[in-house]
Design a protein around this ligand. Sequence first.
Ligand code: FE2
Length: 244
Amino acid sequence: MKIGIISDIHSNLESFKTSLNYLKKNKIDKLIIIGDIIGYGPDPKECIELANNNADIILKGNHEEGILKNDFSRFKQYAKISLEWTAKELKEKIDEIKKWENKKEMEDIIFVHASISDIFYKYILKIKDAEEEFKIFDKKICFVGHTHIPGGFKKNIENGKIEKIMTDFSGKMELKIEKSFIYIINVGSAGLPRDGLPFLCISIYDTDKKIFKLDRIEYDIEVTLKKIIEKGLPSKICSFLKGF
Ligand SMILES: [Fe+2]
């Protein structure tokens, strides 16, 4: 089975549509979106509709959690401004977001937005963060997003050693899942990558071949940038989209 995995779309309709086209061309069997469909970007309603119409499973991220609780105290100022705007736009869509799940287990895989220990907020950035997660880990792979930085960690189950998994210089990644390791894989962000590259992150895991592939694709970023300005959202978001 080929599972398409998307995270952190952040109301970027152009990157979301391009991601879906890529997955269609690659003939996936299932699509899972692992949170933060909304926040930051200019098209929250359209992205919710597209997610509900295309994904088999949708998880909530911290931005959905913030909207549902109407509490933005844990967000940085520009994220807060965008979420307040998003909340007004989404009055009629709240019940749809409520239906999304917090985490999903599928055979030897677990999907969650941020981490197992703190599903919405913990950033797994360092070996120490990963070590804490691996301690409470009973699956082969945990797929996460949240940091907007693709990569991950693998732990050797024989000697306990944890190594960082890096993307290549194009921000891409291809991994053969090995018997002697367990993994935390970050699929990056489709709508707002934060590794300095302005190309969306899109992933496919082939459960039969045990191969994970993360690709980077160009999309019509100019359209998104224009909408951010037109809708009065913080222009700082434009700098992130452009990769700086
Ligand atoms: Fe996010």
